[in-house]
Structure formats: C-alpha cells, structure tokens
Design a protein around this ligand. Structure first.
Ligand code: SAM
Length: 248
C-alpha cells in the first residue's frame, strides 16, 4: 500500500475501493509471495480482471440519465482525490460539499430527493410491517431528521394515527427521533454531534431510531452484500463517509 501514489490518510478508503472492485470482478485478489500491491491485511496482491463486459457498447451501466453526468463527475475525480486531502471526490469535482451543492442546484437536488423518496417508498412496507412495528408503537411524537420529501414521516403518521405531528416546529421536541439514511452521510465526529443534538431534542424516556444498513452481516446473501459494498462506495465518493458494521 505504501508504494501507491496516494495520501496515507486515504489508505482506509482505498481498501474499501478494492473491496468493491474485487466484489464486481474488476480486480482479482491473489495470494502470492512475490507481490506489488498488498491489501490492508496483507492477504495477497491485486491484478486486473478481464474487464471486457464492462466496456462493451450496450453493456451493463451504459444507459445514462441526464443527472448521471452531474454525479459521474465525482467518480471521475476519485483518482485525484486519493492524492489530495479533500473531504470527498465530489468535493474535488465541484469544490463544494454534496449537500451544499445540491441545495444550490435545484434540478440535481430534486432528482436526488425523488430517488431517495422512491427508495423510502419501497422500504416502508418493511418498516411498518410486523417485524418492526413495535419500534413505533406508543410514541406520541416523532421527528424525522433530514427527512427529505417526508415520505417516511407521512407513511408512519398514516399507520400510527396516535402520533401528533407538527412539522413546522422550529426546534422540535419529541418522544422519538428518526434518523433514516442519515448517519451514513457523516463521519464519526459528525455523527456524535448529531446524536448529542438528538438527545437534547428527546423528551422524557424517548428513543432514537436509526435506520441504516449494517455491513458485514453474516446472514445476508451475496447479492445484498454486493449492493451494500456499492452503496458504501457511493458514501465515500459523494460524502467521504461510510456504511458501518454493527460494532461501528
Ligand atoms: C440520504 S438523505 C435521507 C433522506 C430521508 N431520511 C430518507 O431516508 O429518504 C439525507 C437527507 O439529509 C438532509 N440533510 C443534509 N444536511 C443536513 C443538515 N445539516 N441538517 C438537516 N438535514 C440535512 C438532506 O437534505 C437529505 O434530505
């Protein structure tokens, strides 16, 4: 790793990138004594896998939406980012933080919010289904922090009518605070700040409900692990943040 032309502060991020590339068959991790690039755990060295199917015309990933150009710019800066101290490849691309840029660029911001809302809609049946409904039972109020278009909040309100909703409260105090797909956007220090603010906002014996994926869950099938590793990479590229395992 030390022989790579990247900043030492980026070594942990590089490990996550190689994890993704191996998972997607673009790199092969080989065990060998005589190696050039060694991964963190000194498991072996990486070599290029035949990448043909990723570059052929009409291959997977070749259908571009307009907004893809906006987001691809960050991916294209990944190589530069490994050599600088910017907080994310997105920052290297735009000289701006992801959320700030989206708030200044309404078309990309709306596009992103709609994608998040779509993700949330497909997830709601699980959230209010039998497995998790006790999490929300008995709560009189809940604040959905960073709730985007409010899809999740509205679905919970509909299914738990006892909950009172005041979306226009400036400093909302509540029984519970919901952080769905929020903590994975931030580094550990920032998460601590967010969680401390949540604690202040909770009245009585309330709770913080965190919904994020859990990495390294041994119960997951291969396809889900692959999706998780890719989403972890999105976090790295756009926000310089990460998906976490249970311990983290
Ligand atoms: C990944 S999205 C999750 C949205 C929603 N919770 C969901 O699961 O569909 C993160 C959200 O955090 C919001 N956000 C970013 N920075 C924030 C801040 N400083 N304070 C409050 N919300 C913020 C973004 O606007 C965005 O809507």
């Amino acid at each position: 790793m030390a022989s790579l032309p990247i900043r030492p502060s980026k070594f942990p991020y590089f490990h996550r990138l190689t994890r993704l590339l191996v998972r997607y068959d673009l790199l092969i991790l080989q065990k060998h004594e005589d190696h050039d690039v060694v991964d963190d755990d000194d498991k072996g060295y990486y070599s290029l896998a035949p990448p043909d199917r990723y570059v052929v015309k009409d291959g997977p990933g070749n259908s571009m939406e307009d907004q893809d150009t906006f987001f691809f710019k960050a991916w294209n800066c990944l190589g530069d980012w490994f050599k600088n101290e910017d907080p994310s490849a997105f920052y290297t691309a735009y000289g701006d933080y992801f959320w700030d840029k989206l708030s200044r660029d309404p078309s990309s911001g709306n596009w992103f919010n709609e994608k998040m809302a779509r993700d949330s809609r497909s997830f709601m049946n699980v959230l209010i289904g039998d497995e998790f409904k006790d999490v929300f039972k008995g709560l009189a109020s809940l604040v959905d922090v960073g709730g985007g278009t409010g899809t999740v909040a509205m679905a919970i309100a509909k299914n738990f009518p006892d909950m009172k909703w005041d979306m226009f409260e400036k400093i909302p105090l509540a029984n519970a605070v919901l952080l769905k797909s929020i903590l994975h956007d931030w580094n550990d220090e920032e998460c601590m700040k967010i969680l401390k603010n949540c604690k202040k906002a909770i009245t009585g014996s309330g709770k913080v409900i965190i919904i994020d994926m859990v990495m390294e869950n041994p119960e997951l099938d291969d396809e889900s692990v692959q999706a998780q590793i890719f989403i972890d990479m999105l976090m790295m590229v756009f926000l310089g943040s990460k998906e976490r395992n249970k311990k983290e």
